[in-house]
Write a protein of this length. Structure first.
Length: 314
């Protein structure tokens, strides 16, 4: 074998030895970054809970004012993917959240009804919040829009039994997509939108059944069952004037407000107490109210009055 052939052979072997699978490396790096982000965020939450309790976890301290009571999980979408946050529960002190309620008055303008500190998302916490609203004079609520928080829904049944509850269709879509294979999401999205594009509630229910049957044919029985079970919760807005539908079937306006609040509070980082956070949020909401948000009519309530008269006559 010549020297040239030996060199070529060695070069070929060396090339095979140092060959790199770039796709696997990228996937591995993405996983490392994802885990790092999740660990860092959870460590921040744990450190904040320690600061509130004035003592580290499991350590005795004469200055301790509270102890941990487990945690609940929440998903958070980041640039590296969805991470799972373990939100600490405290036994007696509330843990650093803000509850905001927005309403449309009789003239069709939006108002901030209440902003206060929140604790857990159980029925008792929501009952206290809604009772506070009623004590301040809230009455005559006809449609309440939110995502599906079981504690809130149960509390509304006790405090506003005559009001209809509308589940935000955007949140519902997201819940559906969480059990849909990625390759089927686009088609399922079109099917869900077709349900809410119908002319009335009966037609929407009929369409929902057609969609459920088609999903079963696509071997997505779990998705079909969820649609049959939950679709009625997303159609309550159809009991109101058609002109109001586009603005009463989602909770998007509230989501935009909460994003603005988070943007402002994120700059501060940690607050010394709940009252300081409440002051900042209240000031921001007051500013929003003074702008176009609070000075432009949101719903034509005359149309609601006409619609209710038409319904009564029929």
């Amino acid at each position: 074998m010549t020297k040239k052939s030996i060199a070529e052979t060695e070069k070929s072997v060396l090339t095979e030895v140092v060959s790199i699978d770039e796709a696997k490396i990228k996937s591995h790096l993405d996983e490392i970054v994802w885990k790092s982000v999740e660990e860092i965020l959870n460590s921040f939450l744990s450190a904040e809970a320690d600061a509130i309790c004035k003592a580290e976890r499991y350590k005795r301290n004469p200055e301790r004012i509270d102890t941990r009571a487990g945690h609940y999980t929440r998903g958070l979408f980041t640039k590296v993917g969805k991470v799972k946050l373990n939100i600490p529960r405290l036994r007696s002190l509330p843990y650093v959240s803000i509850l905001v309620a927005v309403g449309v008055n009789q003239d069709g303008f939006r108002e901030f009804l209440c902003v206060c500190e929140g604790a857990k998302e159980d029925k008792e916490s929501w009952l206290n919040f809604i009772r506070h609203l009623k004590e301040r004079g809230l009455n005559g609520a006809e449609l309440i829009i939110s995502d599906k928080c079981i504690g809130l829904v149960e509390a509304l049944g006790e405090t506003f039994p005559n009001a209809k509850w509308q589940r935000c269709i955007v949140h519902w879509y997201r819940n559906i997509f969480s059990i849909v294979p990625r390759r089927e999401c686009k088609e399922v999205s079109a099917m869900l939108k077709a349900i809410h594009a119908q002319e009335d509630k009966n037609a929407a229910l009929h369409k929902a059944e057609e969609v459920a049957k088609k999903l079963e044919e696509m071997h997505l029985k779990k998705v079909a069952d969820k649609i049959r079970e939950d679709v009625m919760e997303t159609l309550q807005y159809m009991d109101f004037p058609r002109e109001h539908w586009i603005r009463s079937r989602t909770n998007n306006p509230m989501e935009r407000i909460m994003r603005e609040i988070r943007r402002r509070t994120r700059v501060v980082g940690n607050f010394p107490d709940g009252e300081s956070a409440l002051i900042l949020v209240s000031a921001r909401l007051k500013y929003i109210t003074s702008r176009k948000w609070g000075t432009q009519m949101y719903l034509d309530m005359r149309r609601l009055t006409e619609f209710q008269l038409e319904e009564a006559t029929a």
